[in-house]
Design a protein around this ligand. Structure first.
Ligand SMILES: CC(=O)SCCNC(=O)CCNC(=O)[C@H](O)C(C)(C)COP(=O)(O)OP(=O)(O)OC[C@H]1O[C@@H](n2cnc3c(N)ncnc32)[C@H](O)[C@@H]1OP(=O)(O)O
Ligand SMILES: CC(C)C(=O)C(=O)O
Ligand SMILES: [Mg+2]
Length: 577
């Protein structure tokens, strides 16, 4: 059926009216309480629920990252779920500052078995839920509003009764969720929650977590925020209840909905790493946390090894994380396209220059980088993959790869020229050109393969017009030519048959030469048929310069075993002379 004939099957979500909403003028200044439900909502949505080993890997990761509230399962769902809770308790694997929680339906027998599964726990939260939305009251449960309230209250009473008997020594918390809250009439959601609170009697030292799930995300994020602001204004006992949210991502706006709901008064967020969970997932805790960090707000969670987080999530869920997933995807710090690469390269250069001027390390400077909202090193990524080369790339990218991977800072004109070579290969292959291949292409094109000790045999005198010493070598440490060095180079090159004219140093300023490093030189020579670049390496500047001239001559088609009109020259000849 054509898409334009389908809309009549769907109804717009009817938003609540809240003209005096205040959340749009607020900003996020502090992290909420986080609860990871990877081991529950995440696990229940997997093709293959996690094995005990995978559960443990996930639990250890969450603890290491700093999550203090972890929903570890639905103990009555399966033997594995039950046994995992027992393992955590019996093997004393739960750090003292971490509170585990477990989910259960509002059914007496299930709540009894759930409480039993927690025996011996130092602290824990039992989380009871029942659906409150009209569709579920009508279709799934076949109950009236009052029966729905009664179900929640009975669940709370069961929880009190069984925990008093089975968990007397446990620092026990209680959490209640009106499932499908976002689709529930707001005043009815409040009615149910008030009835639950009347039974639990929250007060000093006796918090209740009221958790409001957008079980299936239905509305735009602003509507969810209005719902939360209204709830926070309306619910009683604000000092003893924690207003928690549990957003799903069915419309792809789970993160936005969560952020606006936090502005609107939510104090706690439930989600999964990399958005695991039912259907399109729970809200992604990685995105939320790092969104905060990039606004200068400490999420209180350690994301410094994002690849460990991703690998562990992939191992535990047996599902891949998208290479485009914010902050953790394989490709999110990589630019393939030319203008992005150019901007990033300039951004790094500016950052390094500012740091050098301030006498600071780059990592002490504010992060202001084109196209990269976060410093990859802050999440444990290196800069190497920031730029990758394919047919969309430009000279900035090629120059970046040559610098970052091969330690060679090409002069601008050479960047432009070499980028064309790389582009031609990329166009011909239609594939990525790896950094190794870029390096090999450069050497094939610009490095002389001739025996460096042999004299230079050319048809015409090479006129050396540009010399670039990689890393600002001895010709210049400050951007200005040191005449003594230039004179000495001319003296060396002249007997080799190289004419040096109008030479300008083009190396970067401000770098000092590494004395242990071999010299690397880019030379541009003019011949009767036109100019050519060459690249040379050598134990010292003179040898490298000579090698670069030789390479330029070869590229210009000037080398000849029988030179005409030019003295045979080279290191060997110089030594003889
Ligand atoms: C939005 C969410 O993520 S909610 C959490 C969902 N997670 C899971 O369901 C995973 C774990 N669940 C399970 O393993 C099973 O559902 C069990 C073990 C809890 C229950 O198993 P069973 O009783 O065999 O099956 P089932 O879940 O189909 O039971 C449904 C019955 O419980 C009722 N029910 C469902 N949810 C609730 C609830 N929250 N509170 C009270 N009763 C409920 C249904 O109305 C239905 O009643 P009926 O049989 O009288 O029609
Ligand atoms: C049980 C609740 C919190 C849930 O997972 C949901 O409604 O999505
Ligand atoms: Mg859920």
């Amino acid at each position: 059926m054509k898409a334009d004939r389908l809309p009549h099957r769907y109804q717009a979500f009817v938003p609540m009216t809240l003209p005096d909403r205040t959340w749009p003028d607020k900003t996020l200044t502090a992290a909420p309480r986080w609860l990871s439900t990877d081991l529950r909502d995440g696990n229940q949505a997997l093709v293959n629920p996690m094995t005990p080993a995978r559960k443990l890997a996930m639990f250890d990761l969450l603890v290491d990252m700093g999550y203090k509230e972890i929903e570890v399962g639905f103990p009555v769902a399966s033997q594995d779920d039950h046994d995992f809770v027992r393992l955590l308790i019996e093997q004393d694997r739960i750090p003292e500052d971490v509170r585990i929680s477990v989910l259960v339906q509002a059914r007496d027998e299930l709540i009894r078995r759930t409480a039993e599964s927690l025996r011996g726990a130092r602290s824990a939260t039992i989380h009871v839920y029942n659906a409150t939305a009209p569709l579920f009251r009508d279709v799934v449960f076949g109950i009236s509003r009052q029966e729905c309230v009664d179900l929640a209250v009975r669940g709370t009473e069961s929880m009190l009764r069984h925990s008093e008997r089975l968990l007397a020594d446990c620092d026990l918390g209680y959490q209640y969720s009106p499932e499908l809250f976002n689709e529930t009439e707001p005043e009815f959601a409040v009615e149910v929650c008030e009835a639950v609170m009347d039974r639990w009697e929250p007060g000093p030292g006796r918090e209740i977590v009221l958790n409001f799930p957008a079980t299936v995300e239905r509305s735009t994020p602003n509507v969810f925020a209005d719902q939360i602001e209204w709830l926070d204004r309306t619910l009683s006992r604000p000092a003893w209840r924690c207003l928690s949210i549990h957003p799903h991502n069915d419309r792809g706006t789970g993160v936005a909905a969560t952020e606006l709901a936090l502005l609107a008064g939510a104090k706690r967020v439930e989600g999964c790493l990399f958005g695991g969970g039912e259907r399109a997932g729970n809200v992604c805790l990685v995105t939320l946390g790092l969104n905060m960090l990039t606004h200068g707000v400490d999420p209180g969670i350690d994301f410094s090894d994002i690849d460990r987080v991703r690998r562990t999530v992939e191992y535990c869920s047996e599902l891949p994380v998208s290479p485009r997933h914010p902050y953790g995807g394989e490709l999110v710090y990589t630019a393939f396209s030319g203008s992005h690469q150019d901007a990033i390269k300039k951004g790094f250069a500016a950052l390094e220059a500012q740091a050098a001027e301030a006498g600071e390390s780059v990592r002490d400077r504010d992060w202001r980088m084109p196209y990269l909202p976060i410093d990859p090193e802050d999440v444990g990524r290196s800069y190497e993959a920031v730029v990758r080369i394919n047919s969309q790339s430009g000279k900035g990218g090629v120059a970046y790869v040559m610098s970052a991977w091969h330690g060679l800072d090409l002069p601008r004109d050479l960047q432009i020229e070499f980028a064309r070579t790389v582009q031609a290969v990329a166009d011909a292959t239609g594939a990525e050109i790896t950094p190794d291949r870029v390096g090999r292409l450069f050497e094939q094109e610009y490095l002389s393969t001739a025996d460096a000790t042999k004299p230079l045999a050319v048809r015409h005198v090479p006129v050396l017009t540009e010399l670039f010493v990689d890393g600002a070598g001895p010709l210049s440490a400050d951007g200005a030519v040191r005449s003594g060095e230039l004179d000495s180079l001319c003296t060396t090159l002249a007997p080799w048959g190289v004419l040096v004219t109008g030479l300008e140093h083009t190396g970067p300023a401000g770098k000092s030469q590494d004395p242990g490093r071999e010299a690397a030189v880019y030379a541009r020579c003019t011949f009767p048929d036109g100019p050519a670049w060459g690249f040379g390496r050598g134990p010292d500047l003179h040898a490298a310069a000579f090698s670069a001239v030789r390479a330029a001559a070869a590229r210009a088609g000037e080398t000849s075993p029988e030179p005409t009109g030019v003295p045979v020259a080279g290191p060997a000849a110089a030594e003889r002379g």
